[in-house]
Write a protein that binds this ligand. Sequence first.
Ligand code: NAG
Ligand code: NAG
Ligand code: NAG
Ligand code: NAG
Length: 253
Amino acid sequence: MWQLLLQMFLLVLVSAGMQAADPPKAVVFLEPSWDRVLRDDSVTLKCQGDYSPGNTSTEWFHNGSLISSQNSRYFIAAARVEDSGEYRCQTSLSMLSDPVQLEVHNGWLVLQAPRWVFQQGEPIHLRCHSWKNTPVHSVTYLQNGKGRRFFHQNSDYHIPTATPDHNGSYFCRGLVGKKNVSSETMNIIVQGSTSPSVSPSFPPWHQIAFCLVMVLLFAVDTGLYFSLQRNLRSSPRDWKDHKFKWSKDPQDK
Ligand SMILES: *[C@@H]1O[C@H](CO)[C@@H](O)[C@H](O)[C@H]1NC(C)=O
Ligand SMILES: *[C@@H]1O[C@H](CO)[C@@H](O)[C@H](O)[C@H]1NC(C)=O
Ligand SMILES: *[C@@H]1O[C@H](CO)[C@@H](O)[C@H](O)[C@H]1NC(C)=O
Ligand SMILES: *[C@@H]1O[C@H](CO)[C@@H](O)[C@H](O)[C@H]1NC(C)=O
């Protein structure tokens, strides 16, 4: 029984140690933070990760293929549609990052936001970006097909506190010269604090392991405590009796 407990304990310790030995993942950041841009926009992808003193080169992957840039910043001066896709990076002391998606669109307008999923109460910042920042006027932001905000001159649309009413599909439109142009539609998801769409996340396994260790230690401690108490309570005579019995044992055989 004790051996089993000890073995489980050691197993947990060893796997926890292996977990801690894994270097952290690198992280890709977009600068500016828009994940949807128009052709000819400039985009910088930044890799955040640790470097060993002897190796400060960064590996960049686009759609899973290694690209030539070895700088911590991958600069795209004028985006092309082919620059779309998923980007990952890695440094000498980091694991391969999670992917970051970039979409490069052909068109006059693109609706931009720092992200597309918000919690209730957070601010939402929308931008109706035009190709090469061409002036656009009479700009309307629409939600679920209805005009929500109108600007004579192109301006960003700020929603100070998101509510479930702000959930829905959005696009913007306006006039470039006399041309009536629209962006593609994007869904904005506002997650309510009581929303059932937020699935309960399971605690990470190392937390389970930690709890298991605590329970084991508690059980071991309690066991030790009671057996110690029992031994202290037993009178010297009991001890003699034990000795007497034990010394008699060989004769029983
Ligand atoms: C990368 O993947 C995206 C989306 O699948 C695609 O639009 C793009 O053309 C691809 N680019 C390259 C260079 O593979
Ligand atoms: C430098 O680190 C990269 C990972 O970012 C790795 O692929 C490469 O082999 C390393 N170069 C040397 C010389 O160790
Ligand atoms: C939020 O909007 C998205 C996209 O329009 C839609 O699919 C979803 O059902 C909406 N959720 C709620 C709770 O209204
Ligand atoms: C552009 O076209 C839409 C219909 O497609 C119309 O409702 C709108 O008034 C037009 N003008 C502007 C400035 O958006």
